[in-house]
Write a protein that binds this ligand. Structure first.
Ligand SMILES: O=P([O-])([O-])O[C@@H]1[C@@H](O)[C@H](O)[C@@H](O)[C@H](O)[C@@H]1O
Ligand SMILES: [Mg+2]
Ligand SMILES: [Mg+2]
Length: 282
């Protein structure tokens, strides 16, 4: 049976590549920086321009589809995942990297229907790596199949995480407690690309055994969540429960074994859900 969403996925790849050209061009120019939820939660006109480019391009082909876009939500649009076909967009995942010309920035486009991600596209544009996954059909980087690492000994694992943009001392303490516990398992090392989506694609590529973070948003991880699972990986909440893309918490790993060791080491805390935050628009 023909795949009803293949043409939508092909469009996502094409518009991600076009958006990547805009981002890479902007990396060579000036980048006016603004802030959102904190003085270190950065956004630029390029984030906003790229998100509008993607949304307008999709609307022309799929006028009835819905959107969850990072910068649209920041501007007051609701963050609601219904059963309708919904595009979940992070126009630049790694904005702080982008501002500093630190070369790990990605355009992330997830597509969900009936609240299930059907395809994911993450374009790491400086690296020119197009990560894709279609539910049930595998995960790829530039067309090459992806497979998670087969390492199941956490003491020989590489783990990725990020420190986020919350500088509340109590939150930072919890983040560092988890980091300390994980380092002392021990693990071979901890890394962070500065982009949740790229970290998760590194899990899918077998370069790191796991990524975890508390503080991410649905747009950071929707596309890459399918790339990880289609590469043979496992997704879980940091407390060992089922992953919930709106919960702002995630572990993406190569195996249940590694995931369960991380659950024991992570100090869990809760944040307001993405779909619980009331839209700012009156
Ligand atoms: O804001 P953005 O660059 O799209 O996304 C970023 C995430 O990829 C990262 O994991 C998180 O730690 C940052 O705080 C930020 O949210
Ligand atoms: Mg992001
Ligand atoms: Mg972003």
């Amino acid at each position: 049976m023909a795949d009803p969403w293949q043409n939508a996925m092909d469009h996502a790849v094409a518009v991600a590549r076009k958006a990547g050209e805009v981002v890479c061009d902007a990396l060579r120019g000036d980048r006016a920086v603004m802030t959102k939820s904190s003085v270190v939660d950065l956004v630029t006109q390029t984030d906003q321009k790229v998100e509008q480019l993607i949304i307008q391009s999709v609307k022309e082909k799929f006028p009835t589809h819905r959107f969850i876009g990072e910068e649209s939500v920041a501007a007051g649009e609701p963050c609601v995942l219904s059963d309708s076909p919904t595009w979940i967009i992070d126009p630049i995942d790694g904005t702080t990297n982008f501002v500093h010309a630190f070369p790990f920035v990605a355009i992330s486009i997830g597509f969900a229907i009936n609240k299930q991600v059907e395809f994911g596209v993450v374009f790491s544009c400086v690296e020119d790596k197009m990560f894709t996954a279609r539910r049930g059909k595998g995960a790829f980087c530039n067309g090459e199949p992806l497979q998670v690492s087969r390492q199941e000994a956490v003491e020989q694992a590489m783990v990725a995480t990020e420190f986020g943009s919350d500088r509340d001392a109590d939150v930072v303490d919890k983040i560092f407690q988890s980091l300390r516990n994980i380092l002392c398992l021990p693990v071979h090392g901890v890394r962070g690309a500065g982009s949740a989506a790229i970290n998760m694609c590194l899990v899918a590529s077998g370069c790191v055994e796991a990524y975890y973070e508390i503080g991410i948003h649905v747009w950071d991880v929707a596309a890459a969540s399918l790339i990880v699972s289609e590469a043979g990986g496992v997704l879980m909440d940091v407390d060992g429960g089922d992953v919930d893309l709106m919960s702002r918490r995630i572990i993406a790993a190569n195996s249940k074994t590694i995931t369960e060791r991380l659950v024991k080491a992570i100090v869990p805390f809760s944040l307001p859900r993405d779909d619980a935050t009331p839209p700012k628009k009156s």
